[in-house]
Design a protein around this ligand. Structure first.
Ligand SMILES: [Zn+2]
Length: 75
């Protein structure tokens, strides 16, 4: 199995990217990343209005979605 990517703290996300999570992601610590102006996460989830979402609120929170982290690291 490939090495697990290190989670990124919301406070450390580079400009133009934001953390995003639906409720289940918060409990599982698999918060996602999105790019400014995009309607989906980096891993392809649609960010629907009825999903729980927060952006940069809570700087101690971490992005844990491996697919999002991979794309983020390659961006
Ligand atoms: Zn993701």
């Amino acid at each position: 199995m490939a090495d697990k990517l290190q989670p990124i703290k919301y406070a450390d996300i580079k400009p133009g990217f934001y953390g995003w999570a639906k409720k289940g992601d918060v409990w599982d610590n698999t918060r996602h990343l999105t790019k400014s102006g995009s309607s989906g996460t980096l891993c392809g989830l649609p960010m629907l209005g009825n999903n729980y979402a927060n952006s940069t609120e809570g700087s101690g929170k971490e992005v844990g979605c491996q697919k999002c982290l991979e794309k983020y690291n390659n961006s």
